[in-house]
Design a protein around this ligand. Structure first.
Ligand SMILES: [Zn+2]
Length: 576
């Protein structure tokens, strides 16, 4: 007994001592690792993929290849990770791998000019000047939006490209945003290049002219400027993943499964700005660009359930990747299933903007990883543009495929905000709403035969069956909705005669439109609208005919009104 007691005390002492020792060790490790850096990049092995949903809430997983996990962490996150006891390897930070000559900062031109060759990384000031220049040089088709500012006071900028740049005429809204991970810069330059080519091609390239005439395209090339320019405004050479507060912006959004703050941090200024932009627009489709892999990642990231439009998601992702394969060296954009993957199947994350936009704003957003190398040498940027440029346009055009049309009030013709629901298909907020000011809705959907139900408060629901859709084609479905009560009242006034006979000598009968209990009130007006007589008729059972003596009234035309509570009937009556 005593001996056992001693053994227990020894065990406890040993445990206590080793715990203190480990704590001290951990402190030293953290001090060493985070002496100069706010974030580190590292890898480790897992035994089982079931570990990923737990790990993804502690550190920022960047890639999973077999059992090898690549991740980023700030000091607090890495402290928690160390508690789990994994053996890890700290890797060189991807934002530090290029020489100044490989970055080609500022290129050959220090000032932006038209005919720019996009084979360099701009300084921050150049970037802002380019964005302002796009709008000021093309005021009819380009508008600059400032979404907000960052912790360090940099600007979150987006351009709108459309022939109706200052109004919303109901054309589908589309959004590209890049580099919310500041060290994944390929998409940053490719989006500047895309804006430039859309603006310069308008009016001369039919496909581009068509795009700007029929869509409202929004492009934000740089979603995390504090991360990209962490080394100062004149270089992207020390770019980091997180924002200036050490927060991964692609884990900071409300999540359909994990709640409002899945990462435990308050919404960052960048996050709030993009949430607001999503709220004031309705992006039918969107994509956010990253680096570190080469794949289209489609919803959902947060849970294993498939999106209702999983078949369509695979179709547009496949189209994006396959088009690249026709125009790139073999081996490019072939990660996972030859360049496409379901998000959860690759590795789950919570708080990503893809799921946020798709779930909370009824959108269709994918995450596109453009290059295995995060900070691509500037000399390769033109090549990656050439691989991706057709896919950028294809993906935008998918907005207007599937089923679309305008929902209006059948009486007034006014546009309506109606819920557009695919019967037996829609789940998890996959339905759409028509736009309140234009009545237009856009429902990209896979090839097939669909039934659509339209609902709007104050209107009869409408279901339309047998709508046939084929891939990359448009089925136009304009729908007029009937206000509740409108049809009944109108029809009754036209067809139901309740004064009999008519004309008469004043001896008439009132014929009630229905039997049952309750009462009707009747009122009689002369042609000037003056009230002549009124009364109440109590219904009893099946009796619907009631005599009324009006022989004392002067000859003339009278208006009879019969009010049953739910319905009002009017007859014009002649007494002679
Ligand atoms: Zn990323």
């Amino acid at each position: 007994m005593k001996r056992n007691y001693l053994a227990l005390v020894t065990l406890m002492f040993t445990f206590l001592f080793s715990s203190v020792y480990a704590q001290k060790n951990k402190q030293q490790t953290l001090d060493d690792l985070f002496l100069k850096n706010g974030e580190i990049y590292f890898s480790f092995r897992i035994f089982n993929r079931d570990e990923i949903p737990v790990l993804t809430r502690i550190i920022s997983i960047d890639n999973v290849k077999g059992n090898e996990v690549y991740a980023y962490a700030n000091r607090k996150e890495f402290g928690n990770f160390l508690e789990l006891g994994y053996t890890y390897t700290v890797l060189p930070h991807p934002g530090t791998l290029l020489s100044e000559s490989e970055l080609n900062m500022g290129g050959n031109q220090k000032k932006p000019h038209s005919g720019t060759v996009w084979n360099f990384y701009p300084t921050y000031d150049q970037y802002v000047a380019y964005m302002q220049g796009f709008a000021s040089d093309h005021p009819g088709i380009c508008r600059l939006d400032t979404l907000g500012t960052t912790t360090q006071g940099r600007l979150l900028l987006s351009v709108k490209l459309s022939d109706s740049v200052n109004v919303n005429r109901g054309k589908p809204e589309f959004f590209y945003t890049s580099s919310m991970h500041g060290d994944e810069t390929t998409g940053y330059i490719l989006m500047l290049h895309l804006i430039d080519s859309l603006l310069s091609g308008y009016g001369s390239v039919p496909r581009i002219t068509n795009l700007l005439n029929n869509f409202q395209i929004y492009i934000n090339p740089l979603a995390n400027p504090d991360g990209t320019y962490a080394g100062g405004n004149n270089t992207v050479g020390l770019a980091i993943r997180y924002n200036a507060n050490g927060v991964d912006l692609n884990r900071n959004f409300p999540d359909p499964a994990a709640g409002q703050h899945p990462d435990g941090y308050p919404w960052q200024m960048e996050t709030k700005a993009f949430m607001h932009y999503d709220t004031i627009h309705h992006f039918v489709m969107s994509a956010n660009f990253h680096g570190g892999a080469e794949v289209v990642n489609y919803p959902w990231d947060t849970w294993a359930k498939l999106h209702a439009d999983d078949t369509w998601m695979q179709f547009v992702s496949r189209e994006y990747a396959d088009t690249i394969h026709l125009h790139s060296p073999s081996g490019y954009f072939t990660d996972l299933d030859n360049g496409i993957t379901n998000g959860y199947a690759w590795y789950t994350i919570t708080g990503g903007r893809q799921d946020y936009t798709t779930y909370f704003h009824f959108g269709r957003e994918v995450t596109i990883e453009l290059s295995n190398v995060k900070l691509l040498p500037a000399g390769q940027l033109i090549n990656y543009w050439n691989y991706n440029k057709r896919s950028f346009l294809n993906y935008i055009e998918e907005c207007s495929k599937g089923i679309n049309g305008q929902v209006t009030d059948t009486v007034t013709g006014n546009p309506l905000r109606a819920k557009v629901f695919i019967t037996g298909h829609d789940i998890d907020n996959s339905f759409q709403y028509s736009n309140a000011s234009s009545g237009w809705y856009y429902r990209p959907i896979a090839q097939g035969n669909w039934a659509l139900t339209y609902t709007c408060l104050g209107y009869y629901a409408r279901t339309i069956n047998g709508i046939n859709v084929t891939n990359r084609n448009t089925t136009r479905l304009n729908v007029r909705m009937v206000p509740i009560g409108f049809g009944i009242k109108n029809q009754t006034q036209k067809t139901f005669t309740f004064v009999y006979p008519n004309p008469s000598n004043g001896n008439v009968h009132l014929l009630l439109p229905e039997s049952g209990t309750g009462s009707f009130t009747f009122t009689i007006f002369d042609i000037t609208g003056r009230l002549i007589q009124s009364g109440t008729i109590d219904r009893a059972g099946d009796k619907v005919v009631f005599p009324l003596d009006l022989t004392q009234l002067p000859k003339g035309i009278y208006l009879f009104k019969l009010d049953g509570g739910k319905s009002v009937y009017k007859n014009k009556v002649i007494i002679n």
